[in-house]
Design a protein around this ligand. Structure first.
Ligand SMILES: Cc1cc2nc3c(=O)[nH]c(=O)nc-3n(C[C@H](O)[C@H](O)[C@H](O)COP(=O)(O)OP(=O)(O)OC[C@H]3O[C@@H](n4cnc5c(N)ncnc54)[C@H](O)[C@@H]3O)c2cc1C
Length: 487
């Protein structure tokens, strides 16, 4: 039996490894950065490298990400209005540059409902590393007195409603360099940042333009029209697993089976995000720290539903400075490091600038996707996304959510420096889901005019009715494995 997996992001990669571990012949189809660029040049598409772009995270100022985003936007056509949308044409998709917060604890409730078997759980944990940030700090910096303070703080919130938890990151601890822990920049230790690992399936470098069901074929084989280096190739499969991301899967399914509904829009879910800077006097981060989420907090009560990521502010500031001044000059570079050496000594002296800085966290707050009112459609392979939020969003936020959240945080000695939070661009959570939930059943199988196509299964977030409030990728990986159990 031949299986095609369309999409080489983290979900496509996991699905391909899983199916090949069961002995199936698997082709994983998707572009890499080089082939995407070649296709753009071949088709004489315009590809410009802009100096200035209004990106929403310091990560998007990195030259490698900027370049990949611009190539990808040309490769995967889309129009957006009030929505930040990205797809990456590369090995690993969005997970090549992600924050790698696996949110395992906060996703427990949703993952338990999947009722994964111990073998399935073992498979995922062997594929994706899980690093506990505070355990890592405790092990590495055990003599540092701050570590004891932090552990005490965590211990004190235990068994109270809404525990503050150490973050779990998709990072290989053995690849970490202590003096340069992963954060905004490229790191070999972050799962997805570096490609080149051994894979057990075959890779086809290309873009699937069209899925065709062979109606006359007694075995119901499916033909994929794949844009490869040598031109369009047709390849036949018994099963097709779609894992092209919530935007990519929508484009390919609508383009192949629902062309005539070009003017109809479908709902797409994402998280509204608000952000602030918080002062945590009891929880300083060490001099060498992860520049991604260090703590998390999930609150789910009647008035408030939120998932909070606490990210050391120092790394965000460093990333912005490095990207803005592009320190090339050796002298400036040396002075920069000498100054930071001196300020590092000051972090132990109470109320010195560094004492404050190491207690400030960039605080990203995901809110429920139920506030989303964003819509997507496809016209001739180009998707169109219109961002929106429910009309009562602002009222709910300022009257209920923000007061009760800040009150909760204050009781835990966490203080927001802003009276009101900042709203982040719609779609900037980069967690898109449910674009195809009207076209699939709960097994992820495609429905065309009420008829089930059992050999086309959409396993990524696009077919999920649920978008968990916490960073959801670990849930979507687990869900994909669950949907593939029928094999
Ligand atoms: C900066 C950043 C930080 C993030 N931080 C976190 C975090 O901390 N925690 C978290 O849980 N999530 C995070 N995310 C989100 C996370 O990266 C995504 O949820 C996840 O990577 C989605 O994986 P996917 O495989 O479903 O889709 P994608 O990553 O979109 O992969 C889809 C793949 O399919 C390919 N494809 C698309 N169309 C076609 C086609 N027609 N033919 C062939 N191939 C196709 C694409 O090239 C791509 O490789 C972050 C994302 C970014 C960008």
């Amino acid at each position: 039996m031949k299986i095609a997996v369309i999409g080489n992001g983290i979900v496509g990669y996991t699905a391909s490894e899983y199916l090949s571990s069961k002995g199936y012949e698997v082709d994983c189809i998707g572009p890499d950065e080089k082939s995407a660029l070649e296709m753009i040049i071949k088709n004489k598409l315009e590809y410009k490298y802009p100096d200035q772009q209004d990106f929403i995270s310091p990560k998007f100022s990195r030259p490698d990400i900027k370049k990949n985003k611009i190539i990808s936007d040309e490769f995967y056509k889309k129009k957006t209005s009030d929505f930040f949308a990205i797809e990456f044409a590369n090995e690993m998709g969005l997970a090549k540059y992600w924050g790698a917060n696996l949110a395992c604890d906060a996703l427990k409730e949703e993952i338990l409902k999947l009722a994964l078997t111990s073998k399935e759980i073992k498979f995922i944990s062997q594929l994706i590393p899980i690093l506990d940030v505070q355990k890592f700090y405790t092990k590495q910096f055990k003599l540092h007195k701050n570590i004891r303070k932090i552990n005490k703080f965590l211990e004190n919130t235990k068994n109270k409603p809404y525990e503050i938890k150490s973050s779990k990151l998709a990072i290989w601890s053995e690849k970490c360099e202590i003096k340069n822990l992963p954060g905004y920049n490229f790191s070999k230790a972050i799962f997805g940042n570096e490609w080149g690992r051994k894979i057990n399936f075959s890779r086809i470098i290309g873009k699937v333009e069209f899925i065709e069901i062979n109606k006359k074929d007694p075995n119901n084989k499916i033909t994929l029209h794949i844009n490869e280096k040598s031109g369009i190739k047709k390849r036949q499969y018994n099963f097709v697993i779609v894992a092209s991301g919530s935007l990519g899967s929508y484009r390919i399914i609508k383009q192949s089976f629902f062309k005539i509904s070009g003017n109809l829009f479908d709902k797409i879910n994402h998280h509204p995000i608000i952000t602030t800077i918080s002062f945590l006097p009891l929880v300083p981060y060490p001099r060498y720290h992860f520049g991604t989420s260090n703590f998390n907090l999930k609150i789910k009560s009647k008035g408030t539903e939120a998932y909070v990521n606490f990210i050391p502010l120092e790394s965000a500031i460093k990333a912005v400075i490095e990207s803005k001044i592009k320190i090339k000059n050796k002298f400036i570079q040396n002075s920069y490091y000498q100054i930071s050496k001196i300020t590092n000594i000051l972090d132990q002296i109470p109320f010195s600038p560094n004492w404050f800085l190491r207690r400030l966290y960039f605080t990203n707050i995901n809110l429920s996707s139920q506030f989303t009112a964003s819509y997507i459609n496809n016209k001739q392979g180009e998707i169109n996304i219109i961002g929106g939020l429910r009309s009562d969003f602002e009222k709910e936020l300022y009257k209920k959510i923000w007061p009760s959240l800040t009150n909760y945080l204050r009781n835990r000695k966490i203080y927001s420096l802003f009276i009101k939070p900042l709203n982040v661009a719609k779609g900037a959570d980069l967690h898109y889901a449910s674009s195809l939930s009207n076209y699939t059943n709960d097994k992820g199988q495609l429905k065309i005019n009420g008829e089930l196509k059992k050999n086309i299964i959409i396993v990524d977030s696009s077919s999920s009715k649920i978008l968990p409030i916490a960073n959801p990728t670990y849930y979507f990986i687990s869900r994909a494995i669950r949907l593939l159990r029928s094999f």
